[in-house]
Design a protein around this ligand. Sequence first.
Ligand SMILES: Nc1nc2c(ncn2[C@@H]2O[C@H](COP(=O)(O)OP(=O)(O)OP(=O)(O)O)[C@@H](O)[C@H]2O)c(=O)[nH]1
Ligand SMILES: [Mg+2]
Length: 452
Amino acid sequence: MFDTLTDSFKNAIGKIRFHDDEKALKKATAELKKSLLKADVHHKVVKDLISSVELETKKSGVGKDNFLRALQNKLTDILTIEGAPKGFTFASKPPTVVLMIGLQGSGKTTTTGKLAYFLKEQKKKKVLVVAADLQRLAAVEQLRQITSQIEVDLVADEDAKPEEIVKRGLEKAEKELYDVVLIDTAGRLAIDDELMDELARVKEVAQPDELFYVADAMTGQDAVRTAQTFKAKIGITGVILTKFDGDSKGGVALGLTQQVGVPLRFIGAGEKMPDLEQFISDRIVGRLMGAGDVESLAEKAAAAIDPKEAKRMTQKIKKGQFNFNDFLEQMEQMKKLGSMKSLLGMIPGMGNMAKQIGDLDLENSEEVRMIKAMVASMTPKERENPDLLNNTRKRRIAAGAGLDQMQVNRVLKQFKNAAKMAKKLSGKGGMKQMQDMMKQMQGGGGFPGMPR
Ligand SMILES: Nc1nc2c(ncn2[C@@H]2O[C@H](COP(=O)(O)OP(=O)(O)OP(=O)(O)O)[C@@H](O)[C@H]2O)c(=O)[nH]1
Ligand SMILES: [Mg+2]
């Protein structure tokens, strides 16, 4: 997710030896400056970062460790606002009311859905969404689809005024003990009085605990400027940057917090519901410096994976009983974790691999589609016992799945290899083997069957 920025920092760190001189420091920071500017980090932020890293490194003695520490301190500093909340925080008295505001098309409605999904799945909260965008005809319908997909309750009424619907939503939340109320509002192409007046009225009724400004990362420094204006006119408590997947530079995320004076709270990096990441400064710093973010990864995994189920699965794998039903179940679990690329980026040392594999789309990749089609053509017995598949059965499955025999054989072979590998890895010394394998892949041509 932060490829360009992480590369900039890693390059600079690589330029300084354990003990070094000021010339080397100058060289490293000059290059860092250049690459950060290229990544669209605001020049003032870059200047501030470079000068304080130089100063602190010199003070403690030029060398790799001190440079790393100085960089880490300064990054934490520019990504944090003292006393301000990080990620999602709950009001002391529920429900926590959140107003989602921003320009047209910035991603408010999608992000409202993503946030609801995050709160429901990861934080196990009871969430109510309120459709207060009554400008655009299809807006309510869009929210209806999103909330029904993630199974979250919605309050909507095309014929009401935004303030009225908000009031109804809050009453419902109070009575039915919801933990969080997310209010989606209308956007405008540009900031105008009409929009600001409407938002002010909605804000008055909602008395929100949080006002999240949703900004499109691809608009670069414009995202920062509009956030500043919304802060001045309506007041905001956090920013969510969306469409980060389409912004290869990513520098806006680095400067935004200082520039706006309000913390960046979440990043949206994809169109699907799980594609939302908390922005928690101390964790992000690790990722920016190429050290991964094990904490976020563990949180995501813990929320998505039921420990009992995981244990049962491990037992099956150990006994060599992993079958097609298990496979499909695992795929469903994996989907909840979000994009493979962002997951890999959270594992220390795996950032490079994340780049290599591009993105594996669990729903649409060719391989997964083939397996799903095959499993659909199998009898329940065959799903349970892959060893049953003789040539006659394979021919039938191939015909049913619209594949040829060779494709079926290939997929079956891959499935068997994967099951074997999983069995090996789940035994003693498995972790070590896994690491060796990862190293090999990082050095070599990536995963088989994936885009390079
Ligand atoms: N790739 C990508 N697309 C996104 C992301 N967030 C939103 N989108 C897309 O951006 C488009 C606009 O998103 P909406 O959520 O409808 O935006 P909005 O701010 O509610 O728009 P209005 O209600 O018209 O003001 C949709 O096609 C979304 O799928 C993201 O993080 N990544
Ligand atoms: Mg919308």
